[in-house]
Design a protein around this ligand. Structure first.
Ligand SMILES: C[S@@+](CC[C@H](N)C(=O)[O-])C[C@H]1O[C@@H](n2cnc3c(N)ncnc32)[C@H](O)[C@@H]1O
Length: 269
């Protein structure tokens, strides 16, 4: 029997590409790609855990790496396969298809041997893994000593969510109802919690970054309805300058929408 989580991801998989073509998500992928580039080298063996429909593949495959995408949803992996085929056409490189494999597996039980990968990514997915601690342990197990584990997560202390929540908190004081929550597992993390999770998994944190500070103040309709996309793009141009300047400060990183942690597996493990 499928878990409610798996049922949910199978249901939303057909909409994956549409969701990631929205202006804020496109900007997010661009920033994430810039932060990740320094860790990519040709010939590396790289695992992407919770790869979904392969949003990250576009920039990862610009380098000739051996890529293994892992997700527990068959529907998501079908989307990722379509993506790879499109990219192979786009780069006019049929060989690309032989550099990539897609594996259906639970992040908490990875079907790989110890120290198989040079680099492990888990981007925008750890928040949705019920066994997130075990999953991070698994990422540490499959990466080589000296290899990096790079994770991005939705931040519990994100500024935009806090400001947007003020009206509903006020409503609760006035006796109004709150927001109906989904039955699917989703946990946000603070920077402190993430550092602690890395430490428990046996990884040394070497870098922490924040992604998106003011962008999520853009009205939702601008980001979701095509007729407003040009407005969203203009707002992103302006707000991203503020984001880039302020996200250099530690205090601002603490309240970004996403946190990125780069950890290294120590030698001798
Ligand atoms: C929010 S999506 C992110 C996908 C992709 N990394 C991205 O940034 O577009 C989360 C993904 O995690 C996958 N997922 C959730 N729980 C999982 C688990 N326990 N094991 C493996 N994959 C899982 C879902 O199927 C989904 O594709």
């Amino acid at each position: 029997m499928k878990s409610p989580e798996l049922e949910y991801y199978e249901r939303i998989a057909p909409k994956y590409d549409e969701l990631h073509a929205q202006p804020i998500q496109l900007y997010h992928t661009k920033v994430e790609s810039e932060l990740i580039q320094p860790y990519l080298y040709e010939g590396q063996k790289v695992a992407v855990i919770g790869c979904g429909g392969g949003r990250e593949f576009e920039y990862l495959l610009k380098k000739q790496i051996i890529l293994v995408g892992v997700d527990f949803s068959r529907g998501m992996l079908d989307k990722a396969k379509e993506k790879i085929q499109k990219l192979a056409k786009h780069f006019s490189d049929r060989k690309l298809l032989s550099y990539v494999s897609l594996i259906q597996a639970d992040a908490a039980n990875l079907p790989f041997g110890d120290s198989e990968f040079d680099l492990v990514f888990c981007l925008a997915s750890l928040n949705y893994f019920p066994n997130y601690e075990k999953s991070l342990l698994e990422m540490n197990r499959v990466v080589k000593p000296g290899g990096k584990v790079i994770v991005t997560v939705i931040n519990r202390w994100e500024l935009s969510a806090f400001v947007k929540r003020i009206p509903s908190v006020l409503k609760i004081f006035k006796g109004g109802g709150g927001k109906k929550t989904s039955s699917v597992f989703r946990k946000t993390f603070t920077m402190k919690e993430m550092k602690e999770l890395y430490r428990k998994a046996g990884l040394n944190v070497c870098r922490v970054e924040g992604i998106r500070l003011f962008l999520d103040f853009i009205p939702q309709a601008w980001n979701t309805r095509q007729e407003y996309f040009s407005k969203a793009q203009k707002a992103i141009q302006i707000l991203s300058m503020l984001d880039q300047a302020l996200l250099k400060l530690r205090f601002c990183k603490l309240c970004a929408r996403f946190l990125m942690l780069v950890g290294e597996k120590p030698y001798g493990c």
